[in-house]
Ligand binder design. Structure first.
Ligand code: ZN
Length: 297
């Protein structure tokens, strides 16, 4: 069902601008159900999830988009991962003692940095950075596109702990409107109208109504929506790999410390993976066998 969590693309028929609306509800609820986030942190995390939903469509290959906002403030980390299969997960770290309701991005993440990482299944990983110095995350993403000299792009992102929604507008290469002055005037017109949209409108109205309110004088084409969903990609095998990377001696020490059972909890979905002594023996034995088969001929 595309009722709650989806993105929907639109284009203007008479100018070179594309748009995208993102709406997250169930996936957002899943993320918030795993941890009890203070309201301003839940809002920031929802905004970042929405940005990931809007940006994942620009991935033209199989892989993962990772958005990480880091700071030395009350919220040291916000992280969202969204795959090209449109499965997303998210987490935030925060110091509840330093957070008051209504706190802004600058209050919570002073001197922060936003990293966008594109991790394709095949090929080179790419990372871009931008300072988290905007009034809100939407402004930071807009700045990211300015700094990286990509197509002019604007973001509007809102989340209220129940719904997370966003709008993206992007100027396309000149085609329908080749005259540079007309082209710029048209872009400014389109974004000025979008800027009149309030958080309440974006959070509360359906896409058709939003677009009608903003652009009823323009010719628009709205495409069918594409679903997204919450899904954590953690596995027992990955937890095993993490243990193996520690080395047998350290894992055995850990086993002793933890009275015979190592617990590895996934921070994204709260899944717990348990490893006892025989699990540990077996995984290191398999690892040794694997090493032997790959090095001995
Ligand atoms: Zn997980």
């Amino acid at each position: 069902m595309a009722d709650f969590d989806f993105t929907q693309r639109f284009i203007f028929e008479n100018t070179d601008v594309r748009g995208e609306l993102a709406s997250l509800e169930e996936s957002y609820a899943h993320v918030l159900a795993k941890h009890t986030y203070p309201e301003p942190v839940a809002a920031l995390l929802g905004e970042l999830m929405t940005a990931a939903a809007l940006l994942v469509n620009t991935l033209k290959f199989d892989g993962l988009l990772v958005l990480q906002a880091r700071s030395a403030g009350a919220v040291p980390l916000l992280m969202v991962e969204c795959s090209s299969a449109r499965e997303l997960r998210a987490i935030a770290r925060y110091d509840a003692a330093q957070i008051s309701s209504g706190a802004s991005l600058q209050d919570l993440m002073p001197e922060g940095v936003l990293a966008l990482t594109v991790d394709p299944a095949v090929g080179q990983r790419y990372q871009g950075l931008v300072a988290l110095d905007g009034a809100n995350l939407a402004e930071c993403f807009t700045n990211y596109f300015i700094n990286s000299a990509q197509l002019p792009t604007r973001f509007w992102l809102y989340a209220d702990g129940q719904r997370a929604r966003g709008l993206l507008l992007q100027q396309l290469p000149a085609d329908r409107l080749p005259d540079p002055e007309e082209r710029e005037a048209s872009w400014q017109h389109v974004i000025a109208l979008a800027a009149t949209l309030s958080a309440e409108e974006l959070l509360g109205l359906d896409n058709e109504t939003i677009l009608h309110r903003l652009y009823h004088e323009e010719e628009l084409r709205l495409f069918a929506g594409t679903d997204l969903q919450f899904k954590c990609n953690c596995t027992r095998e990955r937890s095993e790999q993490a243990l193996i990377s520690l080395g047998l001696a350290d894992v055995q020490l850990l086993l002793e410390e933890k009275a015979g059972t190592i617990e590895i909890d996934c921070q994204f979905c709260n899944e717990r993976y348990l490893f006892n002594e025989s699990d540990v023996k077996q995984m290191f034995a398999e690892q040794d066998a694997g090493d032997a088969s790959s090095t001995v001929h």
